[in-house]
Design a protein around this ligand. Structure first.
Ligand code: NAD
Length: 267
């Protein structure tokens, strides 16, 4: 039996990258998965690839900055699949500009998606997660995608780092909130190193700019050299951590952080 048999999961920003791989891995473990994203065509394609083959999955349009969208997707998960056990606040954006380069609108986009999106998802999914928690051994789970940039400073995007630092402390705060109320909703987070996704590619371009060159290959090598394990991470490396934190294997973890960074922040 899969680790997530009988559970229902909602993953934001799961049309591609880490979120899409988390959807595949959760479906493999028996969860019914709802993928939410602003990329409708790609999101539908990802859901169709999973559904019927690896497991049960559907796509629903979700802009994480919009409370009405969140409410509609949570309601849909409960209506279609009967409950909601797992929320993965995965949607995120990276801009890759320095303190003096970034525009005010770019800053607001970072705040809207990375911070407001995580806050809204957590608040709006809470009633459904609380209800589902009543009949599972270790309750419901929220997994937030922070970053190594939520633990240490970032040379390539200090404002992204500021938003991910907010996710880091928000995760702990809401873990305390749900814990003290007896809600049985565990809240944990992952801090990925550089991961081979579209966002990972964006970081090489930003690093090249921060180094004062246009040499993206050299910037990629410099990024690689920062990871003692000798490679960048894959979406599957992070999906493994997400599945673990969402499952009963992590039943005694809340307010906690899983650093999956190839040793980058061990230095
Ligand atoms: N890739 C990395 O190196 C890395 C490192 C640390 C943390 N992370 C974090 O992991 C998460 C996933 O990153 P990824 O590498 O898969 O990125 P990605 O850019 O490949 O995918 C992000 C997804 O979020 C979606 N999205 C963006 N804005 C949205 C919105 N307003 N509403 C709904 N969906 C939206 C995008 O359409 C996309 O499908 C992000 O929170 C990111 O900050 C990534």
């Amino acid at each position: 039996m899969g680790k997530l048999e009988g559970r229902v999961a909602l993953i934001s920003g799961a049309a591609r990258g880490i979120g899409a791989q988390a959807a595949r891995r959760m479906a493999d473990e028996g969860a019914k998965v709802v993928i939410g994203d602003v990329r409708d065509d790609l999101g539908r394609k990802t859901a169709e690839e999973i559904d019927g083959g690896r497991g049960v999955c559907r796509f629903s349009h979700l802009d994480v900055t919009d409370p009405e969208n969140w409410q509609a997707v949570v309601d849909e998960a409960v209506e279609v699949y009967g409950r909601l056990d797992i929320l993965v606040n995965n949607a995120g954006v990276f801009i890759g500009r320095s303190l003096e380069e970034i525009s005010f609108d770019e800053w607001k986009t970072l705040v809207d998606v990375n911070l407001t999106g995580t806050f809204l998802g957590t608040r709006i999914a809470a009633p459904a997660l609380r209800e589902a928690a009543k009949d599972t051994p270790h309750g419901s789970a929220i997994v937030n995608l922070s970053s190594i940039a939520g633990l240490v400073g970032s040379m390539v995007d200090p404002l992204y780092s500021m938003t991910k630092g907010g996710v880091t402390t928000f995760t702990k705060s809401v873990a305390l909130y749900f814990g003290k109320r007896g809600d049985r909703i565990r809240v944990n987070q992952i801090h990925p190193g550089v991961i081979e996704t579209d966002m990972g590619d964006q970081t090489y371009t930003a690093r090249a700019r921060a180094l004062g060159t246009n040499d993206v290959d050299a910037a990629k090598q410099a990024s690689l050299n920062m990871h003692p394990i000798g490679r960048h991470g894959t979406a599957d490396d992070i999906a493994s951590g997400i599945v673990f934190l969402a499952s009963d294997d992590a039943g005694f973890m809340t307010g906690s952080s899983l650093v999956v960074d190839g040793g980058l922040t061990a230095q």
